[in-house]
Design a protein around this ligand. Structure first.
Ligand SMILES: Nc1ncnc2c1ncn2[C@@H]1O[C@H](COP(=O)(O)OP(=O)(O)OP(=O)(O)O)[C@@H](O)[C@H]1O
Ligand SMILES: O=P(O)(O)OC[C@@]1(O)O[C@H](CO)[C@@H](O)[C@@H]1O
Length: 301
């Protein structure tokens, strides 16, 4: 089975405002609400691509219940742990002349709730796949990802980590199957600014492999992605062209596409193509990518 963990799920409130101005009342041209958080997005796209999976993580209050309902409406299974205090966050994504985001902090997660998640993860079996994705609420210990990876070490579980900075750096020694920083996040990890320069990206991507990551997928938004395969080969793909409608979750869709492609074919380069197609298909759609949208783009990569 495939499991995703979203420590800090959200309702993503996506508002379009023509000509947004600060310091005054603005009216929306449209607004939509989606269940969000990186692991949840991975779950939804995996399900769209035909892969059953279980979404795990923490939810709180009425927003949490709404997230759970909407995740299930997408056909995903879930086993969220409910927190007694606080509210799951509402993340605001403002689309105007520029795109801006306000992501909430999320509720307090107690050590007791964390232990419940560990107990769920202890039940995973060899051959299962686990995707750990997104930020952790500020109340949680910063070594949470690391603790999970240490617990699951040598259990035959392929683990994907989509996180940033120290959260990601600290888990590399546990040899995650796949990590997916974007070019900015990759640069941040080494204190450098990385533009979309292939040679530099490959150099720093290889450093992550030397630090323990098996497969490294570096996404570069409209410029596509670079894939460093654990067999030592390096692949680049341009992104297909199209009209971007909503890029929230494009990176998560890429992770889901890669996983789906890999589980279908056992071939990591085919998985890479499917990842790029899924990322772009989500960017070109108001919602996350469907199987048909991904299939249509695969032919163009
Ligand atoms: N403007 C775009 N045009 C075409 N494809 C895109 C565009 N933006 C994203 N994509 C596709 O999605 C993939 C992932 O995008 P990106 O690098 O923005 O990930 P990310 O920064 O993790 O995104 P997010 O945090 O919004 O999920 C890209 O490699 C590309 O295939
Ligand atoms: O605050 P985090 O956990 O880093 O990111 C959360 C988030 O921006 O990531 C997803 C897109 O990747 C959205 O659904 C969600 O709102």
């Amino acid at each position: 089975m495939i499991y995703t963990v979203t420590f800090n799920p959200s309702l993503d409130y996506i508002v379009k405002v023509d000509n947004f101005k600060t310091g005054q009342v603005n009216r929306t041209a449209s607004e939509r609400l989606f269940p969000g958080g990186k692991g949840i997005n991975v779950s939804i796209v995996l399900k769209n691509l035909g892969f059953d999976n279980v979404a795990l993580g923490f939810i709180a209050g009425f927003t949490g219940r709404e997230i759970e309902k909407r995740v299930r409406d997408f056909g995903c299974s879930s086993d969220f742990i409910e927190i007694d205090n606080g509210l799951s966050r509402i993340n605001v994504k403002l689309k105007s002349q520029e795109e801006s985001e306000i992501n909430g902090r999320g509720p307090q997660i107690s050590e007791e709730a964390l232990e419940k998640l560990f107990a769920q993860l202890d039940r995973l079996k060899a051959g299962d796949v686990l995707a750990l994705a997104g930020s952790i609420p500020s109340s949680m210990p910063s070594d949470t990802y690391e603790r999970i990876m240490a617990r699951l070490e040598n259990r035959g579980i392929d683990i994907v980590v989509d996180a940033t900075k120290d959260l990601l750096k600290k888990v590399l020694k546990y040899h995650p199957f796949l990590i997916k920083p974007n070019n900015h996040e990759l640069g941040d990890m080494f204190g450098v600014t990385l533009k979309k320069n292939d040679d530099e990206i490959i150099l720093y991507g290889k450093k992550l492999q030397e630090m323990g990551a098996r497969n490294v997928l570096v996404s570069m938004a409209g410029d596509g992605a670079i894939f460093l395969n654990e067999d030592g080969s390096v692949h680049k793909s341009a992104a297909p062209s199209g009209e971007v409608k909503n890029s929230v979750g494009a990176g998560d869709s890429m992770v889901a596409g890669f996983l789906a492609g890999y589980l279908e074919s056992g071939d990591r380069t085919a998985a890479f193509k499917m990842g790029v197609a899924a990322g772009s298909a989500s960017a070109f759609s108001e919602e996350l990518a469907t199987r048909q949208e991904v299939a249509d783009l695969l032919n163009k990569i």
